[in-house]
Design a protein around this ligand. Structure first.
Ligand code: NDP
Ligand code: GDR
Length: 378
């Protein structure tokens, strides 16, 4: 039985990857942080009572800022594969917490690599490092491939740049099987609520249900290459199954503006939006309603009105330095890994909208009954 250790197992990718590896017959160990509230929502369905026989999923308390803890967990678990997914992963928040981000996302990766080396596991343990398209930052060339120069534009991206190079260095210096997956944005119904796609899908559903009047966003012109997390975690695994350790770009090869993602999301609810104005004065207004579709979704078309402004720009979401355009070239991963995504953008939006409509209807039901509803900060 192969043994995998996932850092960041409670996050979007960690949850999908744990499920994927368990299905493949792995024993999966996950590192979770101690928190005053439960933080295992995304993996609760995988929970196993540790007193039962045949346990193959186990959680350990840990943190990437604590080397002794990492050394102990790796010594105890003796993993064949480590997936380093833990990170302070929010680009805008990294401007508020640059030092912590450098510590967790940059030095954290070093701690992990060093732990494997200290324990003499260089020949046994393969390491996947969650690198990112944010490394490309200020556009040098498009589409962006494994050979495109980096120009990071946030404390997050700079920390991830250190992690990228220290992974390459440990591979070259100590002959370790350590690889970077340079993953472009990937989303899902499990995406954190403050990333733009999830904020949009939740916001659109809340507006359609009358739970929210307006969705406030930042830069609507930013372009991202969005894929589905379910497809991307499969690529992570494929990267560690190769003969040789190498770095790979994982992307769809299609880029879309935030504005168009908003339109596609509202369209799923039968709401047609038009945008007008510029920069912080831009707004999205309802210009069409598909009453039949709206009703078929269990929504009340009489609560929605043509001419209503439902999207506005709030400059507080602008970043001090922005990444304007990301568009990946997945040629290498398609040819060498045989990786082929199953979801295109339309299928991704449909999946997220379906899930959020269900969740927000639950929220509305609770609200009607005067029960406490979901409350996420943006
Ligand atoms: P999430 O933010 O959903 O999950 C991050 C995980 O890391 C959570 O489990 C979080 O724990 C954990 N974590 C945060 N800080 C620490 C720490 N100091 N020690 C231990 N664990 C910590 O991210 P995603 O699942 O979306 O992304 C996974 C990885 O891939 C991240 O490294 C991210 O930077 C990178 N990435 C993501 C992309 C994307 O589009 N999703 C694209 C490219 C790279 P908790 O639940 O307690 O907060
Ligand atoms: P990103 O994702 O920064 O690309 O990092 P995010 O969804 O936060 O932003 C994407 C783009 O949308 C613009 N934007 C907004 N963003 C947020 N969060 N909230 C808003 O209201 C809003 N309005 C517009 C942003 O300016 C940006 O241009 C994600 C993370 O998962 C990283 O960890 C990962 O490395 C990269 O993707 C690839």
């Amino acid at each position: 039985m192969k043994v995998a250790l996932i850092t960041g197992v409670t996050g979007q990718d960690g949850a999908y990857l744990a499920e994927f590896l368990l299905k493949k017959g792995y024993f999966v160990h996950g590192i979770k942080r101690r928190s005053s509230l439960f933080n295992t929502d995304r993996i609760d369905h995988l929970y196993q009572d540790q007193h039962e026989n045949h346990v193959n999923f186990k959680l350990h308390y840990g943190d990437l800022t604590d080397s002794t803890n990492l050394i102990r967990i790796i010594q105890e678990t003796q993993p064949d594969e480590i997936y380093n997914l833990a990170a302070m992963s929010h680009v805008q928040v990294s401007f508020e917490m640059p030092e912590y981000t450098a510590n967790a996302d940059g030095i954290g990766t070093l701690r992990l690599l060093e732990a494997v080396r200290i324990l003499g596991l260089e020949k046994k343990t393969k390491i996947y490092q969650a690198s990112t398209s944010e490394l490309y930052g200020l556009v040098q060339a498009v589409p962006q491939s494994e050979t495109t120069p980096f120009y990071p534009r946030s404390p997050y991206a700079v920390a991830k740049m250190y992690a990228y190079w220290i992974t390459v260095n440990y591979r070259e210096a100590y002959n370790m099987f350590a690889c970077n997956g340079i993953l472009f944005n990937h989303e899902s119904p499990l995406r954190g609520e403050t990333f733009v796609t999830r904020k949009i899908t939740r916001g659109a559903c809340k507006i359609a249900l009358g739970l929210q009047n307006c969705l406030y966003l930042g830069n609507l012109s930013a372009q991202r290459d969005w894929g589905h997390a379910k497809d991307y975690i499969e690529a992570m695994w494929l990267i560690l199954q190769q003969e040789e350790a190498e770095d790979f770009v994982i992307a769809t090869g299609v880029t879309t503006t935030v504005r168009d993602f908003v339109k596609m999301s509202f369209a799923e609810l039968g709401i047609d939006l038009e945008f007008s104005g510029k920069d912080e004065n831009e707004k999205g207004v309802i210009v069409g309603l598909d009453v039949e579709l709206i009703s078929s979704l269990g929504l009340n078309p009489e609560k929605l009105f043509l001419g209503t402004t439902v999207v506005k720009v709030d400059p507080k979401y602008f970043r001090p330095t922005e990444v304007d355009l990301l568009l990946g070239d997945p040629t290498k991963s398609k040819t060498k890994l045989g990786w082929q995504p199953k979801y295109d953008l339309q299928a991704l939006v449909e999946d997220m909208m379906k899930s959020d409509l269900h969740l927000m209807k639950k929220d509305e039901y609770l609200k009607r009954g005067n029960f406490k509803t979901l409350n996420y900060f943006e």
